[in-house]
Design a binder for this molecule. Structure first.
Ligand SMILES: Nc1nc2c(ncn2[C@@H]2O[C@H](COP(=O)(O)OP(=O)(O)OP(=O)(O)O)[C@@H](O)[C@H]2O)c(=O)[nH]1
Ligand SMILES: [Mg+2]
Length: 364
């Protein structure tokens, strides 16, 4: 509380000063008329003096300042509280979507790289179809394994049944192992099955790309043709008409969408009897994989090869990509050695890995 005196030639003037300084909440304690002090004061008109009291002004100011801050903090807390409530209600919802008997599998799938919403959706659907309350652990485990296996779908390696000549394209981002994987499959078909194979590369952009495939063609004694456009491609197919399989290595495309104008698309589109393999690295994260499969969405009916599984921390992306694209998985590759480090995807092994058993014994 402060007490102050205000003077003016009139009461009105004194009161105005008081209000300006202390505000209208001030309490008037006393009003009196006084003569100014000193000798000269005797000759002047008396003045009005008002004594008023109020809470300290500085106190008032800092209090209102504090009030502002408190209000701000309060409103921020309210916003945070509602955000936390929203997040926890979403998590709560998602968790409650999976019955307690399936929670262990849900956790394992996510730990092993399966996308949260994909894992939830798969187990939720399963939950809706089957009553797990009366099932023992082994039965539940078998049902979950079977379900995941169904989602991975039919594994489709190269189809060698067909007696007609077939062109095999390897497409995908740069550096994922297209050329190495092509060499592995070509080597197996020529060495183990004695098929006649011709190699084509359209990758003339990267220094050393042709040399790399040339090395494999020399070792495996397979003819190699280099093409620069889709016209060259058609001529080369004629040259290779005696071959059982023609393997086409393509230039890696990273950040550009494949369009119908692309030479790659023209080559693929003009070929009748073909198989297309989209080569993806097992070490690529899901958001990048999503954009890669979008880049290649012009190309239909491709099969997927996952390379570098030996370097991959988790196998969840095998299920993720299959779930997103619906395209069949064919091979996985597990190292740099040609031709040994490749295998047809073994679903049982992958499923075991995804639910927490690790038959590949990869270091984490
Ligand atoms: N660890 C491991 N490395 C691999 C595997 N497959 C390929 N590589 C290596 O990955 C690197 C790139 O392989 P390439 O076959 O040249 O890949 P690419 O997709 O043809 O590359 P570009 O032609 O440049 O687009 C090479 O060092 C390969 O040895 C695999 O399964 N595991
Ligand atoms: Mg290459």
């Amino acid at each position: 509380m402060i007490v102050k005196k205000y003077t003016g030639s009139t009461a009105y003037e004194a009161m105005n000063r008081l209000k300006r300084e202390l505000g209208s909440d001030a309490i008037v304690l006393n009003t009196r008329t006084v003569r100014q002090k000193g000798f000269l004061g005797l000759f002047k008109k008396p003045i009005v003096e008002i004594t008023a009291a109020c809470e300290s002004k500085s106190l008032l100011l800092s209090k209102s300042h504090d009030d502002d801050r408190i209000n701000k903090v309060n409103s921020e807390l309210i916003t945070l509280k509602s955000m936390i409530e929203e997040i926890s209600s979403t998590i709560g919802d998602k968790e409650s979507e999976v019955s307690p008997k399936l929670k262990r599998y849900h956790g394992q799938l996510i730990k092993n790289g399966v996308d949260y919403s994909i894992a939830t959706s798969i187990l939720k659907k399963l939950d809706e179809q089957i009553n797990f309350d009366n099932k023992d652990d082994e039965t539940i485990s078998n049902i979950v394994k079977y379900t995941i296996s169904e989602y991975i779908g039919q594994v489709k390696p190269i189809n060698i049944e067909n007696q007609r000549q077939k062109v095999i394209f390897f497409i995908g981002p740069t550096g994922v192992g297209k050329t190495t994987t092509l060499a592995k499959i070509a080597a197996k078909l020529t060495m183990e099955r004695k098929y006649k194979i011709g190699l084509i590369t359209s990758d003339t952009y990267r220094i050393g790309a042709v040399d790399q495939l040339k090395t494999y063609s020399d070792i495996l004694k397979l003819p190699l043709e280099i093409i620069y456009n889709s016209n060259d491609f058609e001529k080369t197919l004629v040259n290779f008409k005696e071959k059982d399989f023609i393997f086409v290595d393509t230039v890696g495309k990273n950040h550009r969408k494949v369009t119908k104008e692309d030479e790659l698309y023209k080559m693929i589109n003009s070929t009748k009897n073909k198989e297309i393999y989209l080569v993806l690295s097992g070490t690529t994260n899901l958001s990048v994989l999503r954009s890669i499969v979008e880049h290649y969405d012009f190309i239909k009916n491709y099969k997927i090869i996952f390379t570098k599984i030996d370097e991959a921390k988790e196998l969840g992306n095998i299920l993720n990509v299959k779930y997103l694209t619906k395209n069949p998985i064919s091979y996985i590759t597990t190292g740099q050695n040609v031709p040994d480090d490749i295998e047809i995807l073994n679903k049982d092994k992958v499923v075991s890995c995804l639910i927490g058993e690790d038959p590949y014994e990869r270091s984490s």
